[in-house]
Design a protein around this ligand. Structure first.
Ligand code: ADP
Ligand code: MG
Length: 277
């Protein structure tokens, strides 16, 4: 188990503290329902430490539901139920002894639509997650955390002189990177991203892709994308979801991204990655 939460990235002597180790997320036999409508059927997927995994598949096949199950957001929907296990380095995140906030702290989420607090300053936006997770920090620690988080999200240089400006005044791409910085500030071990670039222009998209490729050294990443080029650019592992003819969503095929695009095993994967449905 991890030591108590602290924002300090250096120890008392000022030497860099050991980063939280990269974590493997393991979904085992996940089935999900809204009421009696089953939307996922026994989905198993290991998302290894230090890897970007992309989830692809047509709309409605359960990708977002699966992603939300990975950080316990699914249980917030009153009609939702779930079977299976989600293990973070072997520990079940749904275990009764584990608090919801711990799962949220370890496993961050970025959504399709950038959602910074628009009236809140850029500085306070970055730190917004700390309050939720009950982490205390001195002013210096906060300054440091804002700088490191914005740096990791590729925003520090362009925003360092206007940290007091409202988050809502930024461009869409900057807002999304601010949301990434906000997620990183609580030092998650896994970052889930649900179509993080679909609301952005191509330039912002590329900036975020470059950010992801750098972040994967610090945090295990799972991304949902409809952009096949993006899946190939950013991910080393890929899983293809499908819910055909009213059956619940399931993984048809998963594995090494390059192999899956170059030489898919299942004809349905071939058709999907080649834009045939
Ligand atoms: P995807 O992200 O692949 O497009 P979703 O996970 O959003 O798919 O949706 C999977 C299925 O679950 C769809 O049939 C959708 O209508 C249903 N669904 C998603 N969220 C809810 C909800 N909150 N209540 C009821 N049904 C839902
Ligand atoms: Mg979705």
């Amino acid at each position: 188990h991890r030591p108590p939460a602290s924002v300090a990235e250096t120890d008392a002597a000022g030497a860099p503290a050991a980063p939280a180790p990269l974590a493997t997320l393991d979904a085992r036999n996940i089935s999900a329902w809204f009421g009696d409508h089953q939307v996922l059927d026994r989905v198993s997927l290991t998302m290894p430490a230090g890897v970007v995994t992309s989830l692809i598949g047509p709309s409605g096949c359960g990708k977002s539901t699966f992603l939300r199950i990975l950080n316990r957001m699914h249980e917030l929907v009153p009609s939702a139920s779930l079977a299976g296990e989600v293990l973070l380095d072997g520990d079940d995140i749904y275990d009764a002894s584990r608090r919801l906030v711990d799962a949220r702290k370890d496993i961050g989420m970025v959504f399709q639509k950038p959602n910074p607090f628009p009236a809140m300053s850029i500085y306070d936006n970055v730190l917004a997650g700390l309050k939720l997770t009950g982490v205390r920090a001195s002013r210096d620690e906060k300054d440091h955390l804002v700088e490191t988080s914005l740096t990791k999200a590729g925003l520090w240089r362009e925003l360092k002189d206007r940290l007091r400006a409202p988050g809502g005044g930024l461009s869409g791409g900057q807002q999304q990177r601010l949301c990434i910085a906000r997620s990183l500030a609580v030092r998650p071990r896994v970052l889930l991203m649900d179509e993080p670039c679909s609301a952005l222009d191509p330039t912002s998209t590329r900036v975020i892709e470059e950010t992801m490729l750098e972040l994967v050294n610090d945090v295990t990443i799972v991304i949902v994308t409809h952009n096949m080029q993006q899946a190939q650019r950013v991910s080393q592992q890929c899983a293809f979801f499908l819910a055909s003819h009213g059956t619940p969503g399931a993984i048809v095929e998963h594995g090494d991204t390059e192999a899956m695009f170059a030489d898919p095993i299942d004809p349905r994967t071939f058709d999907y990655v080649n834009g045939r449905f």
